[in-house]
Each structure stands twice: as structure tokens, then as C-alpha cells.
Design a protein around this ligand. Structure first.
Ligand code: G1P
Ligand code: ZN
Length: 544
């Protein structure tokens, strides 16, 4: 049996080049006739999924999610794909999609713009993950961009009506459409990794937690895992109903946007533990009672305590962090005698290392932490990891982090974002800084000796591929670092990210205020880049 297929003539769009994490644009851009279809056709052409192989499709439920999934199902059939697996209602968190793909699919299409706001005036996005469950590598996305730039037609099958809300298989002969419970397989995976018994006992013993799903995808996952399986009281999960516009909020789990959670955890009668996740469920923020855990520290603490968790009891093969992430985890790796890799920004760069078994844990400063259990960062996984560590150590989040600083020293860290800068001005900042790099090594700046300065280039140790121009770095002999790079996920103008880090190894002094400890380094970075004069911005839009 074959479906009736319409071949639709089209012409390419000039801007269909995937960035740090897929193609991300304003929703209105995706609503242009043929826009989504063109990109999906380019993805399917490069993915070349053979008959019999499965394609997983799901998204974070934002505005346009359901319609886009309908289109993708019809286009999959139009391109000879015979098996499509969809999360019920078109919903799948990014880590859950990664897990489903790893259970035997050829790849998956994930609809999300992650932590960017959704809705008709928000953002939308689409990306492809390969059979290992991870974001397609640059070699793939470059081909997709080339293909999209030359596209002349796309193929859509005419399917009978199908139901995305009915779990089960709808078999059209040429297409098996399998609708699955989005939570079940993921929740089962979590039970294999963590000591649910210990976490359940912790909660039963009165440990109070709060999880803010920010009206995004993790609500149903968190309710099932935290409330149903681990026994946390009903209401532990707040903002738990996924909404197409995330309730008008900005679903980014940080101190600025997760305000309901932050208010509670820093208020009177605060719970013992707070966490939040982003639009598509891959980011996490961890809070203790009146205490914020920086993502870079979180990665280091999890690495140092990994053997307390059943899945990692045998130890870690290695760890990795993105280049701008603080080197706190490097210190732990050195102590453990395991390798620590420094990759460019974006989860796709961890894929080869995970596949090759060279690393077990990895993370980014941008609230992303994960392991070899899937090939995406994973918000709820990080929450469960922390709860497992808290249960095993019998200490509070704050005690655990302070003990970590006392033992390993502390990497003071902050990030300045300048959002929506005109692209030309942003490029000028980078060019100005780049032009000075060669002359910096050996100079003493602000009392610190510059050890090296470069435009970060990464050679993948597994396949030898080279990714150049991944961020400008100024590295000092004492471990202090200043990094500037341009964001690859924005949809309006250009976002400049500036990262500042310094290390205090003197363990007695690991509790200075972050602002004053980094003040000199920040001043130096701002002066060297001349960012204020090029962008006419006296201050960043966001400080993390
Ligand atoms: C940002 C983060 C990066 C993360 C990506 C996707 O990318 O900085 O660490 O992998 O979002 O969540 P950027 O906008 O900096 O390119
Ligand atoms: Zn995300």
C-alpha cells in the first residue's frame, strides 16, 4: 500500500541554518507558508530514514506544536517513512525524546525553542537527533542547511484523520503511527538510575521539596515521579500544567525567571529543596533553603558524589564541560584521576565522548547537566541526582556545597548577557577583542599574568572533526578566565555572552561574596572588549 503523495513546489528561505540547538525562530517566521515544510524536508532528506526504521516526534507543547507534528507525520509518510512514534498530545520532553530514540529509532524530530518564551509572539524551534539520541552533529546540520538552501519541492502524504491523543498504534498500512505515553518509559529509566527507596524515605521523613515546572513540559513528568512514585505531597509540583504560552512566562530556570520558586525558597518557612526546569525539560536549577547552587558547582558536586548513586556506583569514566563552564569539575576530575574534556558550547559536542564511553557526566554553565543515560541534558535527572545525594549524605544542599568548597576550593563565576545587540555592533566587540589576542600573552593585567589568549578551537578526540571560532578566551596563569562568545540560540539581534571566573583555592576563604571577588576580572573584561562603547549598553541585560 502507498499513500497518495502531493509534491509541493517551493523555494528556499535564506535563513534556515541550524544554530547551537537546531533551527530557532520567531513563531511568526515558522508560520510563513512552506517554512516548516521546507526545513522538515531538508531534515528528512539528510536523515534518509529507511522503510521499517522508526522516527520519534515530539515537542514541548508550545504554540504551534500540535499543528507542526501533524505536518511532520504527513511529511514522514510522504517521504517513505513507515513508523512514526509520537508522544501523546504531541508532547515529549527533550530528554524523554532522547531516551525513546535510543530504544531503537533511527532518529527523532524535537519541536522546542527550549527556554525561550512561546506563544504567537514567542519563539518556536525544530531540531533533529540521531540514532544515539543526541542532537545531530555539525556535519549533519551543515548538510541540512545546504539542502534547505537548494530546496525546490517537498512531499506530503494525504493521511486519513489520526488521533494524537489516543495511546496505541494507528496502522495505515504504509505508516504505523504509534502514540506513546510521554512519561512512562522515562520514569522507568529514572527508577533504574537512582535509589528511589532512599529518596522516598527522605521525603517520608519530612524533607520538604518544591518543583517549579514553569507551565512547561516537565509538569506531568514531575508529578508522576516526585508525587506519585516518590511520595512527595500533592502540590509539590507548582505551575505543573503545560501551557502553549507557558502562562506568559519565560520558561528558563534561573533566579530571574523562576520567581515563584525563588520567592518561596528564599522566604520564611522555606522548603529544604527547590528545583525548576525549562520549556523542554533539559535544563535545571537547584536551590537549597535560601541557597542557590551555580550550575558549574552543581556539575562538580555531582561528579564528586557520583558513587553515592546506584547508576554511577562503579565510578566515572571521565567528565566533560563546555568551555565557558567553570573549571570546578576539572578540580574534581583531577582528584579522581579521570579525564576532563573541554568542549564547545552546545550539548551536541558531548555526544561522541558519551558514545565512546570516555565520559559519564557532563554539563554546561547554562543550567544543563546530564550523563550517559541519554544524549541530552536532563532537568529532572539532575533533580533526582541531587535528592539521591542529599538522602545518602544526610546533609542539606547548602552543607553539601560548602563542604565541597572547603575540600576542593571554589571557582567564583558569573556570566553577563547583552541581549538583542545589533549584529554589527556585536561583531565589532568580538573583532576588537580578537585583534588584541596575539599581544596579550605575557602581559600583566590587573595584577595577573596572561598565560594564553585565543579563539577556542576544538578537535573532537573521537572523530577528529574540528570546530573553530567557538569563543574568545583570555586565560591567566592563576586560573582566572575571561571568555566572550556570541549566542547561537537567539532570535532577535545578537546576544553577547561574557563569562568571568576566578579560583580561590585557599579553603578558609571560599566564602567571599561573588561580586567583589570577581569585580576586578569583570572590569578588565569590559575594558578589553570595549563592549559598552560598541553596544552603547552600560550594563548587561541579564546577569547569571
Ligand atoms: C545556550 C547555552 C548553551 C546551551 C544552549 C541550548 O546557547 O549557552 O550552553 O547548550 O543554549 O540550551 P547559546 O545561546 O549560548 O549559543
Ligand atoms: Zn531546554
Amino acid at each position: 500500500m502507498t499513500p497518495s503523495i502531493t509534491v509541493v513546489p517551493t523555494s528556499p528561505f535564506a535563513d534556515q541554518r541550524p544554530g547551537t540547538s537546531g533551527l530557532r525562530k520567531r513563531t511568526t517566521v515558522f508560520q510563513q507558508p512552506h517554512y516548516l515544510e521546507n526545513f522538515v524536508q531538508a531534515l528528512l532528506d539528510i536523515a534518509a530514514i529507511a522503510p521499517g526504521q522508526a522516527l520519534v516526534v515530539g515537542g514541548d507543547g508550545r504554540f504551534l506544536n500540535r499543528e507542526a507534528i501533524g505536518t511532520i507525520v504527513r511529511m514522514a509518510a510522504g517521504n517513505g517513512i513507515t513508523h512514526v512514534v509520537v508522544g501523546r498530545g504531541g508532547l515529549l520532553s527533550t530528554p524523554a525524546a532522547s531516551h525513546l530514540i535510543r530504544q531503537g529509532a533511527a532518529g527523532g524530530i524535537i519541536l522546542s525553542a527550549s527556554h525561550n518564551p512561546g506563544g504567537a509572539d514567542g519563539d518556536f524551534g525544530i531540531k533533529y537527533n540521531t540514532a544515539n539520541g543526541g542532537p545531530a552533529p555539525e556535519s549533519f546540520t551543515n548538510k541540512v542547511a545546504e539542502r534547505a538552501a537548494a530546496l525546490t519541492e517537498y512531499r506530503v502524504a494525504e493521511l486519513p484523520a489520526f488521533d494524537l491523543d489516543a495511546v496505541g498504534v494507528q496502522d495505515f498500512g504504509y505508516l504505523k503511527l504509534e502514540v506513546v505515553d510521554p512519561v512512562a518509559a522515562y520514569a522507568a529509566l529514572m527508577e533504574t538510575l537512582f535509589d528511589f527507596g532512599a529518596i522516598r524515605a527522605l521525603i517520608a521523613g519530612g524533607f520538604r521539596l518544591r518543583f517549579d515546572a514553569m507551565h512547561a513540559i516537565t509538569g506531568p513528568y514531575a508529578v508522576e515521579i516526585l508525587e506519585r512514585r516518590l511520595g512527595a505531597p500533592v502540590g509539590t509540583v507548582i505551575n505543573g500544567t503545560p501551557l502553549p504560552d507557558f502562562g506568559g512566562g519565560h520558561p528558563d530556570p534561573n533566579l530571574t525567571y523562576a520567581h515563584d520558586l525563588v520567592e518561596e525558597l528564599f522566604g520564611d518557612n522555606a522548603p529544604d529543596f527547590g528545583a525548576a526546569s525549562d520549556g523542554d525539560g533539559d535544563r535545571n536549577m537547584i536551590l537549597g533553603q535560601r541557597f542557590f547552587v551555580t550550575p558549574s558547582d552543581s556539575l562538580a558536586v555531582l561528579a564528586a558524589n557520583a558513587t553515592l548513586v546506584p547508576a554511577y556506583r562503579g565510578g566515572l569514566a571521565g567528565v566533560a564541560r563546555s568551555m565557558p563552564t567553570s573549571a570546578a569539575v576539572d578540580v574534581v576530575a583531577e582528584r579522581l584521576g579521570i579525564p576532563c574534556f573541554e568542549t564547545p558550547t552546545g550539548w551536541k559536542f558531548f555526544g561522541n565522548l558519551l558514545d565512546a564511553g570516555r565520559i559519564t557526566l557532563c554539563g554546561e554553565e547554562s543550567f544543563g547537566t546530564g550523563s550517559n543515560h541519554v544524549r541530552e541534558k536532563d532537568g529532572l535527572w539532575a533533580v533526582l541526582f541531587w535528592l539521591n545525594v542529599v538522602a545518602a549524605r544526610g546533609e542539606s544542599v547548602e552543607q553539601i556545597v560548602r563542604a565541597h568548597w572547603a575540600e576542593y576550593g571554589r571557582n567564583y563565576y558569573t556570566r553577563y548577557d547583552y541581549e538583542g545587540v545589533p549584529t554589527e555592533a556585536a561583531n565589532s566587540v568580538m573583532a576588537h577583542l580578537r585583534s588584541q589576542l596575539a599581544s596579550l600573552p605575557g602581559q600583566v593585567l590587573g595584577g595577573r599574568v596572561v598565560k594564553a589568549a585565543d579563539d577556542f578551537s576544538y578537535t573532537d578526540p573521537v572523530d577528529g572533526s574540528v570546530s573553530a571560532k567557538q569563543g574568545l578566551r583570555i586565560l591567566f596563569a592563576d586560573g582566572t578566565r575571561i571568555v566572550f562568545r556570541l549566542s547561537g540560540t537567539g532570535t532577535e539581534g545578537t546576544t553577547i555572552r561574557a563569562y568571568f571566573e576566578t579560583i580561590v583555592v585557599d579553603r578558609k576563604h571560599a566564602e567571599y561574596p561573588v561580586d567583589s571577588t570577581l569585580a576586578e576580572v569583570i572590569k578588565l573584561g569590559l575594558e578589553l572588549s570595549q563592549i559598552a562603547s560598541y553596544t552603547l549598553r552600560a550594563t548587561p541585560t541579564v546577569i547569571v
